[in-house]
Design a protein around this ligand. Structure first.
Ligand SMILES: Cc1cc2nc3c(=O)[nH]c(=O)nc-3n(C[C@H](O)[C@H](O)[C@H](O)COP(=O)(O)OP(=O)(O)OC[C@H]3O[C@@H](n4cnc5c(N)ncnc54)[C@H](O)[C@@H]3O)c2cc1C
Length: 174
């Protein structure tokens, strides 16, 4: 079956995800990119994976530094996600999108107001297709006790949770 990259994106867009900004340090300078290709990979040891397009500015930075942070965006952080996805806004990415941030316990840039954060050290990297997969050990993590609902992404649009209902899964919870 032949299909275009656009069709692939369109179909995959039906898989709703959260939205993160992955950050890294180039020297002392913080860099960031909006990412939804985040996955929890292993519990013991705690490993996560992000997939970064090799054409992106931040990808060689993560490769060289061997470290990255994941900032999980709340619904009140859509403008930050937009900016780190390359939106033509001011202040732009050269000014870290004007976001307030602080160094986390391991020194990586954590964006203020993120609903959860992870600081990670790359354990394995795979070049697959046009992306690099960075599997990394979680060194430090935190989540806010009281926070906004998560920002969601679905069919190339941001989505907000309007009616939050939490239901315990029937059958076996993971
Ligand atoms: C919801 C969502 C999820 C996404 N998920 C992913 C994903 O999982 N993986 C993925 O690879 N992409 C993902 N993207 C796409 C990614 O965020 C954009 O492709 C990317 O940010 C666009 O960057 P760019 O085209 O400006 O290229 P970039 O190469 O990132 O940047 C282009 C130029 O901007 C400047 N620049 C960029 N960053 C900085 C900085 N920090 N400081 C100074 N200058 C800078 C540089 O001059 C560079 O030449 C996602 C986008 C969205 C909206």
């Amino acid at each position: 079956m032949e299909f275009s990259a656009d069709t692939f994106r369109k179909v995959m867009g039906h898989f709703a995800t959260g939205v993160t900004v992955v950050t890294a340090l180039e020297g002392e300078r913080p860099w960031g990119i909006t990412v939804n290709a985040l996955s929890s990979v292993s519990l013991e040891p705690p490993l996560v994976m992000v997939a970064l397009d090799r054409r992106r500015k931040i990808t060689p930075t993560v490769r060289a530094a061997g470290r990255y942070a994941v900032n999980v965006m709340g619904e009140d952080q859509q403008a930050i996600a937009d900016c780190f996805a390359g939106a033509p806004v001011s202040p732009g990415r050269d000014e870290f999108c004007g976001t307030r941030w602080h160094p986390g316990p391991t020194g990586l840039p954590l964006i203020d107001g993120s609903i959860a954060t992870l600081e990670c050290t790359v354990a394995e990297r795979y070049s697959v297709g046009d992306h690099d997969l960075f599997i990394a050990r979680v060194d430090s993590l935190a989540n806010q006790e009281h926070h906004a609902m998560p920002l969601l992404y679905y069919r190339r649009r941001y989505l907000r949770v309007e009616r939050a209902e939490s239901v315990v899964p029937e059958g076996k919870a993971d």
